[in-house]
Ligand binder design. Structure first.
Ligand SMILES: [Zn+2]
Ligand SMILES: [Zn+2]
Length: 137
């Protein structure tokens, strides 16, 4: 299966590609995602088979923002690259992904950590969890 989308950071040192539909498609409003991502929420998590770092692994700086939650950024340009969840899923910055013409749509179906949100309101009928739903890592 060809890549659904590719990403390169601002300085072109680090890149990754994504394949297929996200293993988990939701909006995460947790405080650390908000600070790390600079956005109201982060969207979409990919399995290790779907997320492939294509270059620049030696150019990453990593920070453990919570137990087993590793946030990686480019040490040259500061772009956030991805973070790894304790369950091994990778959360990339989808806003920076260049999607292939046949890329697989990302269709979130829920909100998590909604209790951490700011003043923005989600105007949809998706289920809203204050933390992780049962069974999430
Ligand atoms: Zn960079
Ligand atoms: Zn989060």
């Amino acid at each position: 299966m060809s890549a659904s989308g590719t990403y390169v950071c601002l300085c072109n040192a680090v890149g990754f590609e994504l394949t297929g539909e996200p293993a988990l498609a939701c909006y995460c409003h947790c405080n650390t995602c908000r600070v790390y991502g600079g956005a109201p929420a982060r969207v979409g998590a990919y399995s290790p088979e779907q997320f492939k770092l294509t270059k620049g692994s030696a150019n990453l700086i990593s920070y453990e923002s919570g137990p087993g939650k590793i946030r990686n950024s480019c040490k040259t340009c500061g772009s956030m690259i991805y973070h790894i969840l304790p369950n091994g899923l990778a959360v990339p910055p989808l806003g920076g992904v260049k999607w292939a013409s046949d890329g697989v749509p990302v269709v979130p179906t829920m909100h998590i950590w909604y209790g951490d949100k700011g003043l923005e309101e989600a105007n949809d009928d998706f289920i809203k969890y204050d933390g992780f739903p049962a069974g999430f890592a």
